[in-house]
Design a binder for this molecule. Sequence first.
Ligand SMILES: [Cu+2]
Length: 459
Amino acid sequence: MAGGAVAAGAVSRMALAALPEAVSQTSAATMAPLQPGSGRPYHPVVTLNGWTLPWRTNQGVKEFHLVAEPVVREMAPGFKAHLWGYNGQSPGPTIEVVEGDRVRVFVTNRLPEHTAVHWHGQRLPNGMDGVTGLTQPAIAPGKTFVYEFVARRPGTFMYHPHADEMVQMAMGMMGFWVTHPKAPTPLIERVDRDFCFLLSSYDIEPGSYTPRIATMTDFNLWTFNSRVFPGIDSLHVRQGDRVRIRIGNLSMTNHPIHLHGHEFSVTGTDGGPVPKAARWPEVTTDVAVGQMRQIEFVADAEGDWALHCHKSHHTMNAMGHAVPTLIGVDHGALARKINNLIPDYMVMGERGMADMTEMEMPIPDNTVPMMTGEGPFGSVEMGGMFTVLKVRAGQKPGDYGDPGWFKHPAGTVARESVAALAEPSRSTSGGGQAMPRRDASAASAEVRVRKPAGGHGRP
Ligand SMILES: [Cu+2]
C-alpha cells in the first residue's frame, strides 16, 4: 500500500456523491506511514502490523469508509484466525486526522448481525457517539450509516462497536484513531517516530480458527494488534530519535507495558496531554482496560531492547493452565515404568519449562508454540505480548526497515565465568524478632514442609 490519500481534484462531482471507495488490506505486515496528500500537514504514525485508512476530501470534509466484516487475520506466520474486523483486517485500519478537521466516516455493515461504531474518547455531538439503542439505532446487516463530527481534541483514541459488544470485541472489532495537533504545542512535542498498537486478547483452542466469545478471563492469546510473538514486528528507530509509542487497551484486563534499556514518560492519556509537572520517569506503565497511554523517550541506547507486557502469562501463547509444578520432582523411575507401556512417554517440567521451546513437539494445525522466537543467541522463549525495539546509530531518518540483530561491541555480552567457585559463607544466626522464641534450639532448623496425602498434594 504505497500512495497517499485520494486527492479530491482527481474525483468528479458525481463520484463525490457516491460512497468513498472502501479500501481493503489483505496483509498483516506493518505498512509504511501514510503521508498526508491533502489537508494540514502532520507527522504520520506507524501502526504495528497494521495500516492507516486513506481518505478523500469532499468540499473540505475528510471522508473515510469503514466496512465491518468477517476477516482472516494471520496472528503469526502459519496461524490464521477467523475474526471480525474492518476493511479486511483486525484490528481495523488506523484513522489519522488533524485537530479541527471535519470528519465524515461511512460505516458499512457486512456482518451477519447489527453493529455500530463508538469513537472512544472523542468530543462529539451526542448522536455521533455510536451507542446502539442509546444514541442511534443499530446498523442492520447490509446498511451503511454515516458519522460526522469535528475532531476537536488532539490525542490518542480508539474505535469499537457499542452493539453486542462482548461478542464483537471478542471477535476482534476495534481500531486506532490519532488526531494530530494543528499547531505545535508545548505539551505535544515533535517526535521522529510515532508508533501505535492496541492490546487485545483471544481464546482460540489450538487447532481451531474462531475465538470463543464467552471467555471472560482465561484467554490463551495475548496480542499487540491481533498478532502474537514471534509474529509481531519489531520497532526500528535511529539512535537519538525522540520516539512516541501509543497504546490502547481493549482487552479484558490491564497490561503493565515494560520497555528495556530506556526511561520514558507518559506524555498523554485518554484525556489528552499530561501537564509537564505531572510527568515522571518510569520503565513500566500500566494500561488499564479502556485506557490509552502514550509514552515518549529519546532512544539513546543502541541495541535490541525488549518491549513487552510484564504479566508473564501474557508473554506466552496458547497453553493449558492445568499444568502441575514438577520442578525438583525426579520422574526417572516412574518414566521407565510408563515407557514399558507407552514407549513415547516423555517427562516434562522437572527442570522448569524452558525445555518446551526446544522439544519441537508436534502441535495441532493452526496454532503457535507456547514459547518461541529464534534470537541471535537461541530461543527467546516468549509468545504473546512481546516485541523488540531496535535502536541503531546507522538507521536512516524515516527508514522503518529491519536493521537485523544488534552487533554487540566486543566484551559487552554476558558470558560464562570460568573463575573457581568459592565456598559460600552461611549464617548460623536465627535472626531477631519482636517476641522471644519459646524453643531456642529450633533457631537454625531447616524448614520441612509435609503435605497431607491426597487432597491438595495431588501429583
Ligand atoms: Cu498483559
